[in-house]
Design a protein around this ligand. Structure first.
Ligand SMILES: C[S@@+](CC[C@H](N)C(=O)[O-])C[C@H]1O[C@@H](n2cnc3c(N)ncnc32)[C@H](O)[C@@H]1O
Length: 363
């Protein structure tokens, strides 16, 4: 919905983002939605767009997207915050307008609509999450039609309050679970990537429709799925993607997950001995084992060495590789040995551990 003359200005939006991906999500919002990023905090990007419509739901590096009701970075961590949460919820947001914008994207279901209040809280506070939820509920009193029923599952409208240290943001959720989980992921494998993280890696690879894209350790195929979904959205024709894994079960899982997206050539192989001609691949996107959940720590350095010699052989000059690793120093040693340069690194957290998305260019 865009603004017509005489109408109130559109409210800001915000996206919840996997920790570390904030700059990549901000770039996607600016580039793909022509959005104006107003603020980037831990796990949150606040932005404005000229149109609030379904294009917001096409974002791929964000976990969820919301209409912004209010936000602060001035919480005191003391119980007095609760009065402020109630007051800001009751006074600072035009809930009628937010609901109208919400319904334009997610039409009201037939029958009595349902709603849900969601409160998330990180950090030490002198009150409990349930106290914050109660303050939110008090602030929302009379803001929703009296006929609406609360529901814990599949509510038509969700109002979220997210508190992280001194920061809080509150809004109306526009996305549903398919934004973060996608619909293609039918088969799961150990250490399979979060789709939003895979989408960020694909973005960082700067793939063009003409490019041949390879994931030599594809697991359940999340990176190739994100690449193919992006190519399909662009509607240009593109060559089949290439993928494989040393584990036959992973190759099967990837073929199930990718089947409905586009043709992909999947092979059981050793990534250090690829059955591919030299200098035929434009982009490699991959996350090799970290040596924790999969593999052993002492195997990682030698594996990276063998892997990068082979990736260097198949990559065209000027090609790029985007690799997610737990130990970037070991990868750097292997990359320098083949003469690759790194224009960018993005640090993220995966299951509480630091990991690094590394971007490499073959000169
Ligand atoms: C972290 S998982 C990849 C997860 C994948 N990106 C996904 O989202 O499902 C690493 C994968 O590397 C594979 N792998 C390990 N060593 C390999 C090798 N030498 N050649 C090919 N694949 C290998 C493992 O079988 C595993 O599926």
């Amino acid at each position: 919905m865009s603004r017509s003359r005489g109408e109130a200005p559109l409210p800001p939006c915000y996206a919840m983002v996997h920790q570390g991906l904030e700059p990549v999500a901000a770039e996607e919002i600016e580039h793909d939605l022509d959005g104006e990023v107003k603020r980037v905090g831990r796990g949150v990007v606040v932005f404005r767009v000229k149109n609030i419509d379904e294009s917001l739901l096409q974002l791929r590096t964000t976990e969820d997207v919301f209409l912004y009701a209010w936000g602060t970075d001035q919480l005191t961590h003391r119980a007095e915050d609760l009065d402020k949460i109630e007051r800001w919820t009751a006074r600072d947001a035009d809930w009628g307008r937010l609901l109208q914008l919400h319904h334009a994207i997610r039409p009201k279901p037939k029958g009595r609509p349902t709603y849900r209040l969601v409160t998330q809280m990180e950090g030490q506070h002198g009150y409990l999450r349930r106290d914050a939820r109660y303050a939110l509920a008090k602030g929302m009193a009379g803001k929703l039609p009296a006929s609406w029923k609360p529901a814990e599952e599949h509510a038509a409208v969700e109002i979220w309050l997210t508190i992280d240290g001194a920061t809080a943001v509150c809004g109306l959720r526009l996305s549903d679970r398919t934004m973060r989980h996608r619909t293609y992921k039918l088969e799961h494998r150990p250490a399979s990537l979060r789709p939003t993280l895979a989408a960020a890696m694909v973005r960082l690879a700067e793939i063009k429709p003409s490019h041949v894209v390879l994931d030599p350790m594809c697991g359940a195929g999340t990176l190739l799925a994100e690449h193919l979904a992006l190519m399909r959205a662009g509607r240009a024709s593109f060559p089949p993607a290439l993928g494989g894994d040393v584990d036959a079960g992973a190759v099967r899982a990837a073929s199930v997950n990718l089947r409905r997206l586009a043709p992909v050539a999947l092979t059981r192989w050793d990534a250090a001995r690829l059955p591919l001609a030299s200098r035929t691949v434009d982009r490699i996107v991959s996350n090799p084992p970290f040596g924790k959940q999969l593999g052993e720590p002492e195997e990682i350095g030698p594996l990276y060495g063998r892997m990068l010699r082979e990736y260097d052989r198949v990559l065209k000059p000027g090609g790029r590789a985007v690799l997610l690793v737990g130990d970037p120093a070991k990868l750097r040693a292997a990359a320098h040995a083949v003469g690759w340069k790194s224009p960018r690194q993005v640090t993220v957290r995966i299951l509480g551990q630091a990991a690094t998305i590394t971007v490499w260019r073959k000169e």
